[in-house]
Design a protein around this ligand. Structure first.
Ligand code: ATP
Length: 475
């Protein structure tokens, strides 16, 4: 067994390594055009990030896989794209105006602000169910100081919704940027029922932006102020909530597999009574082992029929669901799998980031599952100053592109360098056109070299069968 000092040192070494991994991933994201700091040339804007060309591609893959699995492949889930700006009464009815807040505490000297619950957690104290007064008392009792070594003031509730004004007049109405996409789903529940007459159980799904005025945005794109969510409200009869909860629990795992997150890095956390919203009978947080710790990736909650009940009261509209056979009027209960796009993106990148040695040289590569890789195939002519190679490579490139659009063409530097560049962005396959390809006596026998990102192994494949070979590989 390690002695205490050795264990502490090992722990510190691990932490340093994890910080280093984060720094490397952030720097790769900037260098290769995945993610840039928001408003960078103006000094940035905390909690906002811009996705560059490769980032958008990866993000769209994450979203399209989700949409395909849960909307396009299912007859019982309907898609929606609701407005971000909604009537302020939506957020009054849902309880967000009164209670969507986080506990904030300020360093008395520097005035820097922190999440009180996070400070307590870091000090090994569970803040679940504590009032802000209790948190203040705990901070004093446990002698928790700010990272600058100063005392904290009292804990206060900090409202997280971004408020904005609608219209030009002085008394323009207030509204909010939505803090979650779910609001748009509940408000359109009746519209979907009236236009599609779905039988229970059925779901409504939406992907879109949400905004939260986080006190301390941090950990790159993990905690941001402008985020994207993929949410489903799956409406069920109350007596079937448990089986439907299990169904969505399995589906979260299916999605994790589909996007290639290692299962052993994803963990279910049963949220205890004190931590759960009062209307929720069961919530599971799916946590991920990020380099900065095990943190929430997704949430799965049984929300009863709290939301529909509140919107029925708040709007006074008749939003009951009428059973077509029995004529019975009910407000269905709901299971909500809520997935963050940015947190998925970060989990994919941090778990895929790999350093190894290939042919005696160190290299960095992203071990991305082909389905999420922003570029699936790169095509090169062996030499860029041989027109016959370039022309053939372009022909092959166009042929593949019609079937596999996420593709690139590269002639810069030698082939070894091009491989490394593609490895770094996670391109699973590189196709090289060489002299043998163009000199083949019978064009039907012409072959190219296909190189595998993970093993570096190369195979000769006939151009004739290249597209089907690649399609099979990147499935
Ligand atoms: P946390 O406890 O980390 O603040 P939360 O419990 O408030 O998260 P939910 O309200 O359950 O999060 O939101 C559903 C999902 O939306 C989360 O599981 C996460 O993937 C994503 N999400 C929420 N807040 C943020 C944020 N500030 N930045 C990025 N993603 C977020």
């Amino acid at each position: 067994m390690l002695g205490k000092k050795k264990a502490q040192k090992a722990d510190k070494n691990m932490k340093d390594k994890d910080n280093e991994t984060m720094e490397k991933v952030i720097s790769l994201c900037k260098r290769r055009g995945f993610v840039f700091q928001g408003s960078e040339i103006y000094g940035g804007l905390a909690g906002t990030w811009d996705y560059g060309p490769l980032g958008v591609s990866l993000k769209k893959n994450i979203e399209n896989i989700w949409w395909n699995m849960f909307v396009d492949s299912r007859p019982d889930v309907y898609g929606l794209d609701a407005a971000i700006l909604m009537n302020e009464n939506v957020w009054k009815a849902s309880g967000h105006v009164d209670s969507f807040s986080d506990p904030l505490v300020e360093d008395k000297k520097t005035k820097k602000r922190y999440r009180a619950d996070h400070l307590l957690e870091e000090a090994g104290i569970n803040p679940a169910g504590m009032s802000i007064e209790e948190m203040s008392a705990e901070i004093v009792r446990a002698e928790i100081k700010s990272p600058d070594g100063n005392e904290f003031g009292e804990v206060q509730n900090f409202k997280m919704m971004f408020e904005t004004k609608i219209g030009a007049s002085e008394d323009a109405g207030v509204t909010y940027l939505r803090p979650e996409t779910a609001g748009g789903i509940f408000v359109n529940f009746k519209n979907v029922v009236d236009s599609f007459h779905p039988k229970l159980p059925f779901g409504i799904a939406q992907i879109g932006k949400a905004f939260r005025n986080e006190i301390a945005p941090r950990d790159f794109i993990f905690r941001v102020r402008e985020l994207e969510q993929m949410e489903i409200e799956y409406f069920v009869r109350e007596e079937t909530w448990e089986e439907n909860f299990e169904h969505w629990r399995k589906n979260v795992w299916n999605y994790v597999d589909k996007i290639g997150l290692p299962r052993d890095m994803v963990h279910e956390l049963e949220v205890g009574d004190k931590d759960r919203a009062h209307y929720s009978k069961r919530t599971i947080d799916f946590e991920f082992d990020y380099p900065f710790g095990r943190k929430e990736l997704y949430g799965l909650a049984y929300r009863g029929n709290y939301d529909l009940t509140k919107h029925k009261e708040g709007s006074t509209a008749n939003i009951d669901y009428v059973d077509s056979e029995s004529g019975e009027k009910i407000l269905p209960h709901v299971i909500e799998p809520s997935l963050g796009v940015g947190r998925t993106f970060l989990a994919i990148l941090t778990s895929a980031y790999t350093e190894d040695e290939l042919d005696g040289e160190p290299r960095v590569f992203l071990k991305l599952k082909p389905s999420v890789a922003p570029i699936k195939v790169a095509v090169f002519p062996l030499l860029k100053n041989k027109p016959e190679l370039v022309a053939k490579a372009q022909e092959v490139f166009e042929m593949i592109r019609t079937e596999i659009p996420q593709i690139t063409f590269d002639t810069n530097g030698n082939v070894g360098k091009r491989y490394r560049r593609q490895d770094e962005i996670g391109t699973p396959y590189c196709v090289t056109i060489d002299f043998e390809t163009v000199e083949s006596e019978n064009p039907d026998d012409a072959e190219v070299t296909v190189r595998d990102r993970d093993t570096g192994k190369q195979e000769r494949i006939k151009i004739d069968s290249l597209v089907s070979y690649l399609k099979e590989k990147i499935k």
